[in-house]
Design a binder for this molecule. Structure first.
Ligand code: CTP
Ligand code: MG
Length: 219
């Protein structure tokens, strides 16, 4: 494959509750990170996987993933953005397409990885998978009163993997001045057009205990 995938997996999983780093929490008896990496490795485009692990767990994570797929493991940073930057720094230069994929989206189908990679290959410098927003969205004041209802038809919920031409992702991270929760946000900041492809419900992010329960049912 001609695609490198960076997997930020160094978060603490505070919203999931006590139990250690989220990427190492179990889903069907296996860590979320194992599920995520296994599905990435099943995508034919993927030739290189770099995982950003909690700094004190680099060796453990490398041992954990050894039987799953060939991966490089680096120490993550204090923020997701720092973890992505650390992983990006070690991608071999031959990879001109780089995807960034949250370990927390453990059940993402390989087909979604292929569809994002294909859109980058087709000439888009930045590509994100999105789904329509299903709930009515309202802006609410600090005191809990509705300010207005946000027009929903143009809104999308954003997933990963997010795909980039390598030079775009490098420039976006070099130019970063504040913290962004996704990499496409950094690309937007430097004026890159971000293209969307249809997301997948199975690419849901496991954030709270409810999400983990849903993922157990999906498995
Ligand atoms: N992540 C990371 N390094 C950080 C923070 C987050 O690599 N310093 C990763 C997480 O491991 C996760 C992805 O970024 O795979 C998305 O982050 P999120 O869902 O917020 O995970 P956590 O930060 O672990 O969860 P929480 O915010 O509830 O603590
Ligand atoms: Mg977080």
């Amino acid at each position: 494959g001609d695609v490198a995938v960076l997997v930020p997996a160094a978060g603490m999983g505070v919203r999931l509750g006590p139990g250690g780093p989220k990427a190492l929490r179990l889903l069907g008896g296996e860590p979320l990170l194992v599920h995520a990496v296994r599905r990435l490795a099943l995508a034919p485009s993927v030739g290189c996987i770099v995982v950003a692990a909690p700094a004190d767990a680099v060796a453990d994570v490398a041992a954990l993933l050894e039987p799953v797929a060939p991966v490089t493991v680096v120490a993550g940073g204090a923020t997701r953005q720092a973890s992505v930057a650390a992983a990006l720094a070690v991608v071999p230069l031959e990879y001109e397409i780089v995807l960034v994929h949250d370990a927390a989206r453990a059940l993402t189908p390989p087909e979604l990885v292929e569809s994002v990679a294909e859109a980058v290959r087709g000439g888009h410098g930045a590509v994100i998978p999105v789904l329509p927003v299903v709930d009515t969205i309202k802006r609410v004041s600090d005191s809990g009163v509705v300010v207005d209802t946000v027009e929903r038809s143009s809104l999308r919920a954003v997933q990963t993997p997010q795909g980039f031409r390598r030079d775009v992702l490098v420039k976006a991270h070099e130019a970063a001045v504040d913290e962004h929760t996704d990499d496409a946000g950094l690309a937007e900041r430097i004026g890159i057009a971000v293209y969307t492809v249809p997301g997948a419900e199975a690419a849901m992010k496991i954030t709270r205990p409810f999400d983990l329960a849903v993922a157990e049912l999906l498995l």
